[in-house]
Ligand binder design. Structure first.
Ligand code: ADP
Ligand code: MG
Length: 231
């Protein structure tokens, strides 16, 4: 059986406060090297689920295992470090440091993750190689992120997620602001890297047309039960 990079069992979470949104996910796993597209409407809890996977929020019950480690058993600081080691995250809004250079942004996750930094070897050289692979001109490395086009910022966000080859890449609607051509180009770049390094990919979208490129497509309504408190 292939190794599982992500394994969720019987996870339940309820956001505190009046909205009272709650989510339960009986099972979800992603195998080593597998690419999975998670589809769901806006408000169906996709980003909440990704936060549970990343350990930025903790389930009320159930288990989230990353690389066979139950992340809820780690202390806060250890969990932050574990996340930086194991997961490359591409946020919907990219979340780049606006006044950091492209290189600063790409190297950021290595600061908190010694094993990942070691895997990156000569980190500046790996960052430059990623930029080249992602079609970012060499002279952009020293440019401030704020001066880049949206398409370039997205490439930086991808390079930051990929540096040091974390076993799992999580991407939250990274293509939602792009036209169809740019979407396809973005996925080409992402897949060229994840395929080479047997990286697992869990990407969230509300666009079913992206599905054919992934090993597996799952729908929020099939893997999760959601509830909202009556208004
Ligand atoms: P999706 O990513 O599928 O659009 P989200 O996971 O962002 O869905 O949100 C699902 C629901 O969770 C929201 O409608 C809201 O009720 C609740 N929610 C999300 N983020 C928060 C938060 N930070 N605090 C309180 N409730 C939240
Ligand atoms: Mg979302």
């Amino acid at each position: 059986m292939p190794k599982r990079v992500l394994d969720i069992s019987n996870v339940a979470y309820r956001w505190p406060g009046r909205a009272g949104f709650s989510l339960t996910v009986p099972r979800l796993s992603v195998a080593e090297g597998e690419s999975v597209l998670l589809l769901g409407e806006s408000g169906s809890g996709k980003s909440t689920l990704l936060s549970l996977i990343c350990g930025t929020i903790l389930p009320d019950s159930g288990k989230v295992c990353i690389a066979a480690t139950d992340t809820s058993l780690l202390s806060g600081g250890a969990r932050d470090k574990f996340r930086a080691e194991q997961i490359g995250v591409i946020f919907q809004q990219f979340n780049l440091l606006p006044f950091g250079s492209v290189l600063d942004n790409i190297l950021l996750p290595l600061r908190f993750a010694p094993a990942r930094r070691k895997r990156a070897g000569n980190a500046a050289a790996e960052a430059a190689a990623l930029c080249a692979a992602l079609g970012l001109p060499e002279d952009t490395v020293a440019t401030k992120a704020i001066a880049l086009s949206v398409g370039q910022q997205q490439r930086v966000a991808v390079a930051r997620a990929l540096i040091g080859h974390p076993p799992l890449i999580i991407a939250d609607e990274p293509t939602s602001a792009l036209d169809a051509n740019s979407q396809a180009a973005f996925l080409d770049l992402l897949f060229s890297q994840t395929t080479t390094h047997q990286t697992s990919l869990l990407m969230v979208s509300h666009d079913p047309r992206l599905g054919e490129r992934f090993d597996r497509v799952i729908r929020m309504e099939d893997i999760a039960q959601i509830k909202r408190a009556a208004a």
